[in-house]
Design a protein around this ligand. Structure first.
Ligand code: NAP
Length: 482
């Protein structure tokens, strides 16, 4: 047991002060593995949000004007502070979110890596000199921080989703107002403490917890917020895009997915099974890039299904803090009910249960890792984001057929394929309508590469050299009379 109480904040950070909601209202943070209340945090609303935005707005000019070396030094200290507290932060995340400790530790390391990446990228915010078409002029572009950035994040990756937003914002010279998911506020509030520790001035990082509608409403209406960066469901993302029109805020949206995972007859079977296990069951299936549809070619279908189901049946379902846990609890009762509905629908339409199929004997929010074979496109889980530990295996015969099936969705976040055929790899790269493609690899997310979706999966990119661009305004200057 690693103590994380020194990292638990039951207050919001606004303008450098740790405060409660003006009304004194709080809400409970619970451990999904036990149902225990582990903290009570402020139920902030419109008034607190306006104060946080004002604080970020007031802090912006001085922060943006800091020497680059000072900004980079603070970011490096933030990176180090995250790493210094990695174990306690991981325990805290598992306590409020449920994921196995090994996954929580990896997420904290990833958060630190994003901060470091953007600390390095801060030095590469280049402008350019444009050749002038006429004499006596100098044409140039420069790039400048957009101003106050609001970040709204989901519960499935309570730390790294923030790192990908706070990291580039701070590197670009922006100030931020953060509103995390209500299920996992602790992993977000602690960013306030770590930012203070790293030396960021008061008002540069503000963190609010509470009513999504009230906080979100003020963020979207307030003209001082120049950018909204959101990760969450596609429906809420669409509402925010509409609301952003009112003050023409910049938008970055990381939304839902419906990832296909294609296994061709020529695939390395062991590698494909291991990849499918990770891509489906990480975080109990609650990730936006989790495979939603497993397409397996006829020649390898039975062998793959048997080997995959055997690995799934052997998974250890346990509280995330327990040694060896491979799948923790789901986030809430609604998530369990969704699994039951999707499964009932699939089984009524000819799906066959291979393993799992319902609530786990541990009770509470634990669900059995489940595999359904003979899945068909008329099942709800074909078009809806499952977001849980249920794998559906479809059969296909030809490459053209599976590409058409894979693309038959409004989503376009992640896709995976297992094949040894090099020419096919390039055809898939050209033909699949996805922002991310893993071929013979599923652990593809890294700070160095751009992450993001196309179609209704999102707008903008996080990570990579592209990840800072959405936090910068481009200015063009023409000097004449030279
Ligand atoms: P969600 O319900 O859309 O919530 C996400 C965030 O939005 C939470 O902080 C939530 O606050 C807030 N929110 C809810 N209603 C709002 C409103 N009207 N105005 C402003 N903010 C509002 O999503 P979720 O269930 O937490 O997360 C799961 C979804 O996120 C899945 O669809 C998944 O695919 C997607 N996701 C995408 C990515 C990606 O990178 N593409 C990564 C991770 C997750 P409350 O918690 O207080 O309701």
């Amino acid at each position: 047991m690693t103590d994380f109480s020194h990292l638990v904040h039951q207050a919001n950070l606004i303008g450098g002060a740790w405060v409660g909601a003006e009304s004194g209202a709080v809400f409970d943070v619970t451990n999904p593995a036990t149902g225990d209340v582990i903290a009570r945090v402020p139920n902030a609303g419109e008034v607190e949000t306006r104060r946080a935005i004002d604080a970020a707005h007031a802090a912006f000019p001085a922060y943006a004007a800091l020497p680059l070396n000072d900004r980079v030094a603070m970011m490096r200290r933030l990176h180090q502070a995250i790493l210094d507290n990695q174990e306690a932060l991981a325990w805290m995340m598992t306590a409020e979110q449920g994921k196995p400790l090994v996954e929580a530790r990896a997420e904290i390391a990833s958060s630190a890596a994003y901060v470091l990446w953007f600390a390095e990228e801060a030095r590469r915010i280049y402008g350019e000199i444009i050749p002038s078409p006429v004499k006596g002029r100098r044409l140039m572009t420069t790039r400048h921080p957009v101003g106050v950035v609001a970040a709204i994040t989901p519960w499935n990756f309570p730390s790294s989703m923030l790192a990908r937003k706070i990291g580039p914002a701070l590197a670009a010279g922006c100030t931020v107002v953060v509103k995390p998911a209500s299920a996992t506020p602790l992993s977000a509030l602690v960013w306030g403490q770590l930012a203070e520790q790293a030396g960021f001035p008061p008002g540069v990082v503000n963190v609010l917890t509470g009513s999504a509608r009230a906080i979100g409403g003020e963020i979207m209406a307030n003209p001082k917020v120049r950018k909204i960066t959101f990760t969450g469901s596609t429906d809420i993302g669409k509402d925010l895009i509409r609301a952003a029109a009112g003050t023409v805020k910049r938008v970055s949206m990381e939304l839902g997915g419906n990832a296909p995972f294609m296994v061709f007859d020529d695939a390395d079977l062991d590698r494909a099974v291991t990849g499918a296990l990770f891509a489906k069951f990480r975080n109990a299936g609650q990730t936006c890039v989790c495979t939603n549809r497993l397409y397996v070619q006829s020649g390898i279908y039975d062998r793959f299904t048997e080997a995959f189901a055997a690995r799934v049946a052997a998974m250890k379902v346990a509280p995330g803090h327990e040694a060896g846990a491979e799948q923790g609890p789901m986030i809430d009762e609604a998530a369990i009910a969704k699994m039951e509905d999707l499964l009932a629908d699939a089984l009524s339409k000819g799906g066959q249960l291979v393993t799992g199929g319902g609530r786990h004997a541990r009770g509470g929010l634990f669900f059995q890792p489940t595999v359904v074979k003979n899945a068909t496109t008329d099942m709800r889980m074909n078009s809806e984001e499952i977001f849980g530990p249920v794998a559906a295996i479809y059969r296909f015969d030809t490459e053209d057929e599976v590409v058409a099936l894979a693309n038959d969705t409004e989503y376009g976040l992640a896709a995976y394929a297992y094949t040894q055929d090099m020419a096919r790899m390039f055809r898939l790269q050209d033909q699949l309508g996805y922002g991310l493609l893993g071929i013979n690899e599923v652990a593809i997310v890294t700070p160095e590469a751009p992450f993001g979706g196309i179609k209704e999966s999102g707008v903008g990119r996080e990570g990579g050299r592209q990840g800072i661009e959405d936090f910068l305004d481009l200015k063009y200057t023409c000097i004449g009379g030279l």
